[in-house]
Design a protein around this ligand. Structure first.
Ligand code: ADP
Length: 403
């Protein structure tokens, strides 16, 4: 069966067409700058890349372009779009309702719409992608895979904020967590590498990309995660602040900063970029730090220190930790940051094999010493494969996928 995976954002759509169950990628690509004059499509098939500049107004137009490309004479990989057996969508927010991936029906659509209030930048384009497919392929089975769903097992003691309880009841203010598809995927890969079942591992998973989050996984299930009500909480990120004293915002509000400006500071001008004043890319910061740039070094030091603190906190709640897993653009590639994060963690049983760490760039690898109590792994994340798999399974089984 062919499964199309769609990740629709407000200005871009990523897609992967899989042959299942072997999870072979038949084609994949990206539509970028939707809504601008210079929308572009890059489409990869049989090892070749086809690029196209064409104006696309909205997500609906982007989905149409993708489907047309997949069946085009020159660069297509199918004769007819009816060859697609099911479509899986990445959906950011499933609120408290969705504890796993689900087959999409009108009720699911209403809920995704409702949770747009909690994820105003993400759920609306995700939903637009679902509707566009519905329009082009009215009878096809569609599946929603939520970034929040893996964290549905977090206990109340960890998901509640110490705010008046009525704010939870009235507005749903609680920790939801994000990056769940990735955390689940890499935790299961780590269990497989260790020769264990997926529910037989305690792990701390670090998804470090442009957005960063750390998750505590007990017996294969998320029990705490660093991102909270929104993806702003937790460790510092490329341009997001992560944890801070919320009174800083009240103080700045008193100084005349309005909500729009505060949002922009915390989400777009903080983190690695905010501290260094130069870049949110760790590769650039490391080069600058080597040349003596103090703020670039400070940005990296703060980033690593704060991740260490979360690892320490989750080691305390997991006890014991079987595995520490790094993933995401930084986690998979930046061996120098992995080294700095793991330095001096012998107390909690982490001992890095320096040579293995150095060699582990963009590939799955064990990077701890033979004696390390906690096994440390690099696992390239593969959210689209996880979505394809859930979609295939759900389409066949017609049952909710358990966590
Ligand atoms: P996103 O969260 O947008 O998917 P990624 O997971 O691709 O982002 O991570 C992007 C970040 O990963 C970049 O900003 C950069 O800091 C880091 N990164 C990517 N490639 C490398 C590399 N080869 N070496 C070091 N860092 C890298």
């Amino acid at each position: 069966m062919k499964v199309l995976v769609v990740n629709a954002g407000s200005s871009s759509i990523k897609y992967h067409l899989y042959q299942m169950p072997q999870a072979e990628i038949l084609a994949n690509g990206l539509v970028e700058r939707i809504g601008q004059e210079n929308t572009s499509l890059s489409h990869i098939f049989h090892g070749k890349t086809h690029t196209l500049q064409v104006k696309v107004e909205d997500v609906e137009g982007g989905v149409e372009l993708i489907l047309n490309t997949l069946v085009s004479k020159d660069v297509g990989v199918m004769r007819d779009i009816s060859e697609i057996g099911a479509v899986g969508h990445r959906v950011v927010h499933g609120g408290e309702e969705f504890t796993g991936s689900v087959v999409i029906d009108e009720n699911v659509i209403v809920s995704i719409e409702k949770f747009a209030d909690l994820a105003p930048l993400h759920n609306p384009p995700n939903l637009a992608g679902i509707r566009a497919v519905q329009h082009e392929l009215p009878n096809i089975k569609q599946v929603a895979c939520f970034d929040t769903a893996f964290h549905a097992t977090i206990p109340k003691v960890a998901y509640m904020y110490a705010l008046p309880y009525e704010l939870y009841e009235k507005y749903g203010i609680r920790r939801y967590g994000f990056h769940g598809i990735s955390h689940r995927y890499v935790a299961r890969c780590a269990a497989a590498i260790m020769g264990r079942g997926k529910y037989n591992i305690n792990a701390i998973t670090c998804h470090l990309g442009n957005g960063c989050s750390v998750t505590a996984v007990r017996q294969g299930r998320s029990i705490d995660t660093s991102m909270g009500f929104t993806p702003l909480e937790g460790v510092p990120m490329g341009t997001r602040s992560g944890d801070m004293d919320p009174a800083i915002l009240f103080y700045l509000a008193d100084k005349g900063y309005d909500v729009t400006l505060l949002k922009s500071i915390c989400n777009k001008k903080s983190g690695l970029l905010g501290i260094s004043g130069i870049s949110n890319d760790v590769r650039e910061l490391v080069q600058l730090a080597k040349k003596g740039n103090g703020l670039a070094k400070l940005a990296i030091d703060i980033f690593c220190y704060r991740i260490r603190k979360y690892i320490g906190a989750y080691a305390a709640v997991l006890d014991p930790v079987d595995a520490l897993v790094f993933t995401g653009g930084i986690g998979e590639n930046a061996f120098f940051l992995r080294r700095q994060i793991c330095m001096g963690m012998t107390q909690i049983g982490v001992q890095l094999n320096q040579a293995a760490n150095l060699a582990a760039v963009a590939k799955e690898a064990e990077i701890s010493t033979k004696d390390s109590k906690v096994k440390v792994f690099v696992v390239p994340t593969n959210e689209q494969a996880a979505i394809a798999n859930d979609t295939y399974e759900l389409t066949r089984q017609k049952q909710p996928i358990p966590l």
